[in-house]
Every structure is written in structure tokens, then in C-alpha cells.
Design a protein around this ligand. Structure first.
Ligand SMILES: Cc1cc2nc3c(=O)[nH]c(=O)nc-3n(C[C@H](O)[C@H](O)[C@H](O)COP(=O)(O)OP(=O)(O)OC[C@H]3O[C@@H](n4cnc5c(N)ncnc54)[C@H](O)[C@@H]3O)c2cc1C
Length: 291
């Protein structure tokens, strides 16, 4: 199918973008890489009357240091993130997640902002952003605001952005010393959307005790979620194989996985501890743990 007719806007500043969004309200949709929006429009699951192409707004694709943190512009493509030396040095788990998305064609066009704003519960960047404790910078009419990633996803394909706001960047704090991360998923095709996915960031002290950990899950509910029970089982404990296995077994707690053509809810609950266990082990090894 073809999308319904729409008016195309190509603003060149954030102020112009906001003007158009304010003018057309719910009838307008932002277009970034088009890798999620265009298929949805072709299927006529969405038929916005106004498309606001933000790719001409300067500097939204920059990846740069920011007072010890890393700023990743909303228009940074999956490919740019995968291959950025800054990302690889500061938060390699984000580059790893990028490398697990789709194929080179999608990675060349898709943007991290679009991936996050689409809020697909099976997508990869939301997991890495949750594991890294990112803040999302949203620009509106009067000012910008920072939204903690834990408050960004509001439901299935829904975010905390207001209709007249756009995402401009992610701010990723510097991980502490002795920390490591990992992103893994089970998908039907290599680099397809996750049936179950996990991203983990884990930090430990000199004695190998877990000082902080964040575990994010995909495919286990209507939006990406944290595996809080698994995190609690690790925090403060010495990181061993046995502790990882026990923590990973708690990953399905307080989740609500769907049953669909890719797998039943029961299958997802069975797989989640395996994926989380492997991700935790990899993250612990990358943090320097001797398991
Ligand atoms: C064949 C295929 C396979 C894929 N496989 C995977 C996969 O394995 N893992 C995965 O995670 N993803 C996958 N995707 C999705 C892909 O990563 C998309 O690129 C991404 O989800 C959307 O990014 P985009 O820049 O293309 O956004 P668009 O499609 O342009 O926009 C997506 C949504 O976000 C909104 N939006 C975009 N940017 C902003 C912004 N800055 N501020 C506010 N709203 C904004 C749009 O209005 C729209 O609602 C796949 C896509 C395809 C086509």
C-alpha cells in the first residue's frame, strides 16, 4: 500500500520545527530516518497530514563530549553510533546495540532519536539507554528539559514527549571505573527485532562486589522495562557465576510478556533468564570480574 497524501515540511531550525508542530498538533509527525514511520504509513496504521522532516536541522547528528558525559544527537544514525570512537570509548554497549540493529541499509538511515521515540518494546537502543541511565533532552517552545530514561517510555509505542516537543539528544553519564556492559538478544533472523533482548551495565569495587547494576529487558511487556528483582539480587553482592544465575532467574518477575507469532509468553519467560544470564556474565567479564 501507499501512504495517504500528506504535506511535507522541511524546516531548518528547531524553532521552525516547533512552530509547525504547534500549528498542526496531532495531525503532524516528525520524520527522521523514516525506517519505522514510513512502513507504518504505508500500512496506513498512521496517516499524518503533515510530515515534518527534521534532517535539515543542523547539529542534531553530533556525537560529542559534554562535561564528562557523552552527548549523542537524536539524528545520529545507527551506523555513526556503531563506528564512533567516542561511543566505543565512553559506552561501548551503545555501539554494540547499534551493531545488532537490522542491516546496513537500515543502520545507514535509522536514527537513535527515531528508534527511541518510536518506543517499540522490542527495539535495541531503548535497552542500552536504560542500562546506561541516559537522560533524554527534549526541546519545546520555551525551553529544553531533561527526561530521565526511566520516565521516558509511557506505554506501547508511547513516550513522555509532548506533542510540540522533539528529542534533540541523549546525555549519557560516564560509567564508573570497573564497569562493563553487554547487549544481547534472541531474534528470529540475525539482527531482527528482539523476541527477548537484554542490556546490562554493571559496576564493581576492587573486591569484585557489585556496586551498581542496571538490567533492561525487551519483548517482556508493552514497553522496555528494568528487571528490578534481578538488579536487587546483584547489588552489594560479590559477583560470582552462582549469583549471576540466581539473579538472572529473577528477570521475568513483574513482567507481562506478549504471546504472538514469534513466541508465547511462557517461551519468553523461559528465555529471559538465559539472555539476561549471558549478558550479565559478559558485562561482569568486561568489568574485570574473575568468574
Ligand atoms: C527491516 C527493518 C528491520 C529493523 N530491525 C530493527 C532491529 O533489529 N532493532 C531495532 O531496534 N530497530 C529495528 N528497526 C527499526 C529501525 O531501527 C528504525 O530506524 C528506528 O526504529 C526508527 O528510527 P528512524 O530515524 O528511522 O525514525 P522514523 O521512522 O523517522 O521515526 C520513528 C518515530 O519517531 C518519531 N521521531 C523520530 N525522530 C524524532 C525526534 N527527534 N523527536 C521526536 N520524535 C521523533 C517519528 O515521528 C516517528 O513516530 C528495523 C527497521 C526495519 C525497516
Amino acid at each position: 500500500m501507499r501512504p495517504r497524501a500528506f504535506t511535507y515540511h522541511a524546516p531548518s531550525s528547531i524553532a521552525e520545527v516547533i512552530d509547525i508542530l504547534e500549528q498542526h498538533g496531532a495531525e503532524a509527525r516528525v520524520l527522521a530516518g523514516g525506517q519505522s514511520l514510513v512502513p507504518v504509513m504505508k500500512l496506513r496504521l498512521a496517516s499524518p497530514k503533515h510530515i515534518v522532516d527534521i534532517t535539515r536541522v543542523p547539529a542534531l547528528d553530533l556525537i560529542r563530549g559534554d562535561d564528562g558525559a557523552l552527548l549523542v544527537g537524536a539524528l545520529a544514525t545507527h551506523e555513526a553510533i556503531e563506528n564512533s570512537a567516542l561511543v566505543q570509548a565512553h559506552c561501548p554497549v551503545l555501539a554494540e546495540a547499534a551493531s545488532h540493529i537490522a542491516d546496513p541499509i537500515v543502520r545507514n538511515r535509522g536514527t537513535i532519536g527515531g528508534n527511541l521515540c518510536h518506543a517499540d518494546p522490542a527495539a535495541d537502543f531503548p535497552l542500552a539507554a536504560i542500562a546506561l541511565g541516559a537522560e533524554l533532552i527534549a526541546a519545546g517552545r520555551a525551553s529544553s528539559r531533561a527526561i530521565p530514561i526511566d520516565r521516558f517510555f509511557a506505554g506501547f509505542l508511547t513516550t513522555a514527549l509532548k506533542p510540540d516537543e522533539i528529542l534533540t539528544a541523549l546525555r549519557i553519564p560516564k560509567p564508573p571505573p570497573h564497569s562493563g556492559g553487554a547487549h544481547l538478544k534472541l531474534s528470529r533472523r540475525s539482527n531482527g527485532l528482539a523476541i527477548v533482548g537484554a542490556a546490562v551495565m554493571l559496576a564493581m569495587d576492587d573486591d569484585g562486589n557489585c556496586t551498581d547494576v542496571r538490567v533492561a529487558l525487551a519483548g517482556m511487556g508493552p514497553m522496555p522495562i528494568r528487571a528490578a528483582a534481578a538488579e536487587r539480587a546483584l547489588r552489594g553482592n560479590r559477583i560470582t557465576q552462582a549469583v549471576i544465575v540466581d539473579a538472572a532467574a529473577l528477570a521475568p518477575r513483574q513482567t507481562d510478556p506478549p504471546s504472538d507469532v514469534h513466541g508465547s509468553a511462557e517461551y519468553r519467560r523461559t528465555i529471559a533468564p538465559v539472555i539476561v544470564g549471558r549478558a550479565l556474565k559478559l558485562a561482569a567479564e568486561r568489568a574485570g570480574a574473575l568468574l
